[in-house]
Design a protein around this ligand. Structure first.
Ligand code: FEO
Length: 404
């Protein structure tokens, strides 16, 4: 059952949050049994009502029910669109319909075209310039263009008087945190891996824009007391924590000593090779994080990307399959290249029955994305005897390179 919450963020700013524990595949792609929240905000001044975003379209009814617990929908004067992805814009048409199209929509210039093409609606629209400040009923709102966080039209709103940054997708995360705010360290600690996974999978492709936009906000010289994102926790105790994490993840900064092992194995040959490598890594003091795709277990790709983003090095293993890479591993490797292009060192293990192809293909995809492929260990069938010794020796050499 989805749950809806209303909570005051400041004296006149309300969070309207829907806890979506029903979604299985976010964007029809990312498996998130942990769920996600959609956060909209509502600013109520003495004479004006400003709505910031909405929820996913299938929750339009829940959104209207929640909104109307706080205000009369006819009283909504402005709708600020931070981002047009339908997990946030989906209920806008219903709000406008019930509002009698009284409200003026404010957003990046692209929003007008997107509202028309997504929802076939043409509301009153006011395009916002980057850095533009608008005074509404004594409240100063500053709009900041933050392109590619997550789409080209994404913006943030800074509520100047209260020092609140409504940040859209940025600084958000997967999961349904048990509390609204970051007040408890334990809640934050549990949430951070879901935020890391979200960054890696959702905005990972645009990571240089995370860096650029955080630097841009920094240069504005504004004090941010509260970060109110469109997913997950609202940051009021220590907003810098999530800013610092986002910067670190955007740079794919490595956690020292974190080696991530990723493999697929159909009949256990690759798995045997991987177990030899893991044993060697463990004997050398590492505690590798292992993700696998076998006939009894599939990890999620978003979880995997979350682990890869702050890894120091990767070990990737897959078999040759129909003169290419085992198909699901091809998808995984492409995703790693696409989302986490970085210079992390990689060791590749690859088995084959009669002709080895996968190892070189994986190396080619990752090298093109900037990864440093240190070695490719190819072997025929079950690794034993000389092959086993060969894997041990080359894993040791890989570790030496990491420690150099
Ligand atoms: Fe949460 Fe890019 O939408």
């Amino acid at each position: 059952m989805v749950k809806t919450l209303i909570e005051k963020v400041t004296e006149d700013l309300y969070l309207l949050r829907l806890d979506d524990d029903q979604v299985k595949y976010f964007e029809a792609l990312w498996y998130i049994p942990e769920g996600i929240t959609y956060n909209a905000y509502l600013l109520i001044t003495r004479n004006k009502v400003i709505l910031f975003d909405t929820w996913k379209h299938i929750y339009a009814k829940e959104f209207i029910d929640t909104l109307t617990r706080v205000v009369d929908i006819k009283d909504v004067d402005y709708i600020v669109v931070h981002h047009m992805e339908p997990d946030h814009s989906g209920a806008i048409p219903k709000v406008l319909e019930l509002n009698g199209y009284r409200a003026e929509v404010l957003g990046h210039p692209l929003v007008k075209m997107m509202l028309e093409s997504f929802y076939r609606i043409k509301p009153k629209f006011r395009p916002l310039r980057d850095g533009e400040e608008i005074n509404i009923d004594g409240k100063k709102l500053k709009f900041i263009h933050t392109p590619w966080l997550h789409w080209p039209e994404t913006i943030m709103t800074y509520l100047v008087d209260d020092k609140v940054l409504l940040s859209g997708d940025a600084f958000g995360g997967f999961s349904v945190p048990p509390s609204i705010f970051d007040d408890e360290e334990g809640v934050v600690a549990k949430y951070i891996p879901y935020s890391r996974e979200y960054v890696a999978s959702i905005v990972g492709h645009y990571k240089e824009h995370i860096v650029k936009n955080i630097e841009k906000i920094g240069k504005l010289g504004i004090e941010v007391k509260i970060i109110a994102p469109s997913h997950g926790i609202v940051w009021r105790r220590a907003p810098n924590i999530i800013i610092d994490y986002y910067m670190k993840w955007a740079k794919a900064a490595p956690e020292r000593g974190k080696i991530v092992v990723i493999y697929s194995s159909m009949y256990g040959f690759v798995e045997k090779a991987v177990s030899i490598a893991i044993k060697e890594l463990t004997e050398q003091g590492y505690q590798p994080v292992v993700l696998r795709f076998t006939d009894s277990h599939y990890d999620t790709v978003n979880d995997l990307l979350g682990e890869v983003i702050d890894a120091e090095a990767l070990v990737i293993a897959a078999a040759t399959y129909e003169t290419s890479i085992f198909p699901y591993m091809q998808y995984v490797v492409n995703m790693i290249a696409e989302k986490i292009a970085s210079e992390k060192p990689v060791l590749i293990l690859s088995s084959y029955g009669w002709g080895g192809i996968a190892g070189k293909r994986i190396a080619s995809i990752l090298s093109q994305a900037g990864f440093k492929v240190v070695d490719i260990i190819e072997f025929r069938g079950l690794p034993a005897g000389d092959t086993e010794e060969n894997i041990k020796r080359r894993v040791k050499e890989f570790i030496k390179i990491l420690q150099a």
